[in-house]
Structures are given as structure tokens and as C-alpha cells.
Design a protein around this ligand. Structure first.
Ligand code: AMP
Length: 211
């Protein structure tokens, strides 16, 4: 099974993907993580992508993303089935993906703009094990994860970039809902939604879609 998690920034794609990957024994392919790792390793393309695009809240252009995805997805770890977190984000990316693998289904995580902004400003992550923190669960005061890793805030999670990222989402990613119309499962969230309750809704929707 190959699943896509669609949704605005802060809608929970990364967090819910981690739970779903464990539950369904799937491998996560997160293009955001790949880009961040490339910048961390001082890869020239990774540094350019951060300084010109994602660090400022813009999508990284398809000319960079398409070859990156093609190379990554060819790895054997994805053969048992995968969850795409953060790809595709544009129509050309979705079209490319259709040529490479069979995608079914596409989970669309819905969230109000107000909640998205609140979540993004609160969200943090462990450098070592990638455990997500935010409104729920909150990070410990000493900012040290249970695994001993340091908990940090993303450089692109600022008030200044949120508007730009939401704008990019509306203009370039939202058309994907129509692109995948028969394969879309929508899961709605509100203030009370936790990662676990969101995954429960995803699981219910997935089970009835697949049956
Ligand atoms: P994420 O961790 O998924 O929020 O991704 C962080 C940032 O990386 C995004 O805000 C984009 O700027 C960039 N990015 C990740 N995936 C893609 C993609 N498929 N297409 C374009 N830019 C991407």
C-alpha cells in the first residue's frame, strides 16, 4: 500500500505519518526531512534549497524536487509500501508520481487556519529520534527528549513564514484535491484533536475505504 498524506503546513502530516507507519509497517518518505538533512550535511543543493526557498517559506521548485524524489523512491526500503509525507505539493509532482508508483489512497488532513498557526508556533521536534512535540504533547521544560536528544524548533516555523507557506499551499498544493478526487479520504480536526485521535479517524476511514 502506498499512501499520501496531504494537508497544509501544521495539519499533522508528519506526526500522523509516524503513527501510521508503525501501525501499517510502511516506510515514510518525507521530502521535508530529506531537504533538511541535505542542508545539515552542507550539500550545495540542500543549502540553496534552504536559503532561497524553504527557509523563507517558499516551496522548493519542481526542477529540484522531481529528480530528488525519483532518486529517493528507487531505494529498496520503500518496496514494502510507503507513506509520502510532504510530496506531492504541486500538480507536476503528482503527475510524475503517477508514472512511478501506484498511489491509493490519499489522506487529506483538514485543519482551520487559526489552529494551524497555533500549532506551528508551538511545534518542536527531537533532533535524535524525531519525536514531535507541540500543543499535545508539550515539550518538557528542559527541552530534552525521553531518548536524551535535544528538542528544537524548525527555522521555518516563524510567524513571518507561516503566511507565505499557507499562500503556497493554497495556490500550488490545494489543486491536488481535485487531481486525486476519487482517492481522497478527508479527516477533519479541531482544538481537541490529538495525534492519536487523528490517527484513529485516519484508521477508521482507511479501513472502510479499503474494505
Ligand atoms: P515539511 O517538513 O514537509 O513541512 O517541508 C518543509 C519545507 O520543505 C516546505 O515548507 C517546502 O518549502 C519544502 N518542501 C518539502 N517537500 C516539498 C515538495 N514536495 N515540494 C516543494 N517543496 C517542498
Amino acid at each position: 500500500m502506498n499512501i499520501i498524506f496531504l494537508g497544509a503546513p501544521g495539519s499533522g502530516k508528519g506526526t500522523v505519518s509516524q503513527i501510521a507507519a508503525r501501525e501499517y509497517n510502511l516506510q515514510i518518505l518525507s521530502t521535508g526531512e530529506i531537504l533538511k538533512n541535505m542542508a545539515h550535511e552542507n550539500h550545495p543543493l540542500g543549502l540553496r534549497a534552504r536559503d532561497e526557498y524553504w527557509g523563507k517559506g517558499f516551496l522548493v521548485p519542481d526542477e529540484i524536487m522531481l529528480p530528488l524524489l525519483e532518486e529517493e523512491i528507487s531505494k529498496t526500503i520503500y518496496q514494502k509500501g510507503l507513506i509520502l509525507d510532504g510530496f506531492p505539493r504541486t500538480i507536476p509532482q503528482a503527475e510524475k508520481l503517477e508514472e512511478i508508483i501506484k498511489i491509493d489512497p490519499v489522506i487529506n488532513l483538514l485543519c482551520s487556519e487559526e489552529l494551524i498557526t497555533k500549532r506551528i508556533l508551538a511545534r518542536m521536534q527531537c533532533k535524535k529520534c524525531n519525536k514531535p512535540y507541540g500543543l499535545n504533547p508539550r515539550p518538557p521544560e528542559n527541552r530534552i527528549c525521553r531518548c536524551g536528544g535535544e528538542i528544537y524548533q524548525r527555522v521555518d516555523d516563524t510567524e513571518e513564514t507561516i503566511k507565505r507557506r499557507l499562500n503556497e499551499y493554497e495556490n500550488k498544493t490545494l489543486p491536488l484535491i481535485k487531481f486525486y478526487k476519487e482517492r481522497i479520504i478527508t479527516v477533519d480536526q479541531d482544538e481537541k484533536t490529538t495525534p492519536e485521535s487523528c490517527f484513529d479517524d485516519v484508521k477508521k476511514a482507511l479501513d472502510s475505504y479499503l474494505s
